[in-house]
Design a protein around this ligand. Structure first.
Ligand code: SF4
Length: 288
């Protein structure tokens, strides 16, 4: 007899989990609650390695040790480590989600260019890494915490916060290796509210560094963002999650399943693992 999986809500929410909830509540459930296996995506492995390599650059720059930064060596080490992690989850690379035009060997070259594009921008930009009041460089800065109106912790790590010494303003920057810039300011608003709640400083702007273009995307104005307004949005999302959990049903939205990484566990898509993870499947161990 199959043991029923232990189903518990996570103890936090985040921008990406709220985004998943909005896109498809079933996807939120399968990834965050049922912990269904997620098919690796090469673009995520490459993107994470770019984040790690550029973080390494900024940490060395902050410590005055840039002579130790070897872009190609650092990139290859992080990319290989991300590939190894993906292979642990799915050893057959043909099953990974990946763009036909961007297989591993293309990513190997392209990812290094993305890292170099960031380094070049850092060298020509007058912006400085902001230092928090408690003395930490704002590189992968953990600003997780609670906001008014939301009962649960909101997790967030800010890629960078820069101080613009010319215009005297704080800018939150998020690195993006995707082709398109963010359509809405939601991610930056979340970060600005948590930054304000943790350090009592107001970010003025939020912008994506578009690694493929080697420059910043159009900035979002964050000067009016408040912890109260953002907390209310997350509080509502959390209540929705609790409601779905109480009802025992996270509805599936099948309008856009193309990029979903838990399709194999989804009953709405006849996934072969649905009976193990999706309570909507007739073969599921027990209803929750
Ligand atoms: S496959 Fe589609 S319906 Fe199923 S969880 Fe993913 S996005 Fe939702």
């Amino acid at each position: 007899m199959t043991s029923p999986p232990e189903l518990r809500l996570p103890d936090h929410i985040s921008h990406s989990s709220r985004e998943a909830l909005e896109r498809c509540a079933k996807q939120y459930f399968l990834t965050r609650v049922a912990k269904a296996p997620q098919t690796p995506a090469l673009w995520l492995a490459g993107g994470s390695a770019v984040h790690e390599a550029t973080e390494n650059y900024d940490l060395l720059a902050f410590a005055g040790m840039l002579e130790d930064f070897q872009a190609e060596e650092v990139w290859n080490a992080f990319f290989d480590s991300q590939l190894a992690e993906a292979r642990e989850r799915e050893e057959n690379e043909n099953l990974w989600r990946q763009a036909a035009t961007e297989p591993i060997e293309v990513w190997r070259r392209m990812g290094l260019q993305f890292v170099q594009a960031y380094v070049d921008w850092r060298e020509r930009s007058p912006w400085e890494i902001w230092t928090t009041p408690d003395g930490f460089p704002a590189i992968e800065l953990d600003v997780s915490g609670k906001l008014p109106g939301c009962d649960v912790e909101i997790k967030a790590y800010l890629d960078r916060v820069f101080w613009d010494p010319v215009l005297k303003r704080l800018v939150i920057v998020d690195l993006k290796t995707s082709k398109r810039p963010p359509k809405t300011p939601a991610q930056f608003e979340t970060y600005a509210a948590l930054l304000k709640a943790k350090y009592d400083v107001q970010a003025d702007l939020g912008a994506a560094f578009m690694n493929r273009r080697g420059t910043l995307g159009a900035p979002f104005d964050l000067s009016g963002v408040t912890p109260q307004a953002v907390g209310a949005v997350y509080g509502e999302a959390w209540r929705q999650i609790q409601g779905y959990m109480a009802a025992g049903n996270f509805p599936a939205d099948t309008s856009d399943c193309f990029l979903c990484d838990v399709k194999a566990a989804c009953h709405a898509q006849n996934g072969p693992l649905a009976h193990l993870y999706d309570p909507a499947s007739p073969g599921y161990p027990i209803p929750f």
